[in-house]
Design a protein around this ligand. Structure first.
Ligand code: PLP
Length: 404
């Protein structure tokens, strides 16, 4: 099928909720993929932080296929080995105590929100249901997680939204403290705001939030949907700060390319949800869990050290490029602030035309490459980015205006 035909059918039959870019991906290997005409691209996106081990990782594919040949699905009314193996591995890697499996990041956050409210109503009665989230956060697209998301742009069209979310300024402990009240049951944070533009929270702020929560029996929820599963060079981003949250949510990179979400409960919350309090048909599907076990096993100490080292190397190269103002983030979750007149959307589109898949987040470029990306792919991708930046910066002014 030709690209133009695919594009036409996509527009006709698929809800137009995505402003798709000009790549029709057909196959992939490691940190590179090919389109339907066989053209190769370096991938600095990993499907927005999903393909932790790149495309078609051999061990991951083998684990998924092996389980698919045995048992594709059975209801959560019954036991399966891959689900238990994954839950055990996650608890051992994170120090958390129990897991509920969902299907996405938003669903994992819904589970976290329900748990926080139930913990509080069981212990303190009704009315202590407010959850403090941060301005510029992102927690998902369901009606409740949109309400949890601290950005006005997401609070339109779909109301009425559930009440009980209060937004505090990130990295401003005085503002957050002022919003804590007798109604507060939880604080939910992303240690690095991903969709918000790869904005890291300060260590001091994170520590102070954690202290306030512990002191007042307010639950600390860390949304590690984007930062978790090795992305920042620790299994959880919170581990950089010695954080001990009461609830952690995971999704994206956990499945290695298949849909999964997970709510991890600490000692305080491990018994909060009982029979019938929460459920899902597909959550914890054995095929997906078998692949996820392989992902978790692959993210060992060596791989995490490599993530830190690669992140450092990329950051250093980026900062030497013309047009790069600053670099934010940790490990292989990086935001690139561009100097005027560069615009992230235009740069990403030009990179794609030149064989590099790279993301944006707000006004920044965003890099979430596979955790096991090789040095050669890193260099090839960065060379493409550098030449795109120079090409745009060197354009005669008239041409630049015309293109805009
Ligand atoms: N939380 C964070 C921090 C995210 O970055 C995202 C997605 O980008 C979500 C939640 C929602 O995840 P999903 O798209 O899997 O529902």
């Amino acid at each position: 099928m030709y690209f133009s035909e695919l594009q036409k059918l996509d527009k006709q039959y698929i809800a137009n909720t995505y402003n798709r870019m000009g790549l029709a991906a057909q196959s992939g290997f490691g940190a590179a993929c090919a389109d339907i005409s066989g053209r190769k691209y370096i991938d600095f996106s990993s499907g927005i932080g999903v393909n932790s081990l790149g495309f078609t990782d051999k061990d991951w594919v083998e684990a998924v296929k092996e389980q698919l040949d045995k048992l594709g699905h059975i209801s959560n009314l019954y036991y399966t080995q891959p689900q238990v193996a994954l839950a055990k591995a996650l608890c051992e890697r994170t120090g958390m105590s129990r897991v509920f499996f969902a299907n996405s990041g938003a669903e994992a956050n819904e589970g976290a929100i329900k748990t926080a409210r139930k913990y509080s109503s069981d212990k303190y009665g009704e009315g202590r249901h407010e959850i403090i989230t941060l301005v510029n956060s992102f927690h998902g697209r369901t009606v409740t997680t949109l309400a949890a998301t601290g950005q006005e742009a997401f609070h339109k069209h779909f109301g009425p939204f559930p009440e009980g979310f209060v937004y505090a300024k990130a990295n401003d402990i005085a503002d957050l403290s002022a919003r804590v009240s007798g109604k507060t049951c939880a604080v939910m944070i992303e240690c690095i705001q991903g969709e918000g533009g790869v904005v890291p929270l300060d260590k001091g702020f994170i520590e102070a939030v954690s202290e306030i929560c512990a002191e007042k029996d307010i639950l600390l929820i860390t949304d590690e949907v984007q930062t978790g599963v090795g992305r920042t060079g620790r299994f959880l981003c919170g581990q950089h700060f010695g954080l001990k949250p009461d609830i952690v949510t995971l999704a994206k990179g956990l499945g290695g390319g298949l849909p999964i979400g997970a709510v991890l409960f600490g000692e305080k919350t491990k018994d909060t949800l009982g029979f019938g309090d929460h459920a899902t048909t597909f959550g914890g599907n054995p095929v997906i869990c078998a692949g996820a076990v392989r992902v978790v096993e692959s993210i060992d100490g060596k791989l995490l050290d490599d993530v830190v080292e690669k992140g450092r190397y990329i950051g250093e190269r980026l900062l030497k490029m013309r047009g790069v103002k600053s670099v934010s983030g940790k490990g292989l979750m990086l935001g690139i602030e561009l100097a005027e007149p560069l615009a992230s959307g235009e740069v990403a589109a030009e990179c794609l035309k030149n064989g590099l898949v790279i993301l944006t987040a707000k006004h920044k470029l965003r890099m979430l490459p596979p955790l096991n990306i090789g040095k050669k792919e890193i260099d090839t991708g960065l060379d493409i980015l550098e030449s795109v930046l120079c090409e745009i910066l060197d354009r005669p002014e008239e041409t630049a205006k015309e293109i805009k």
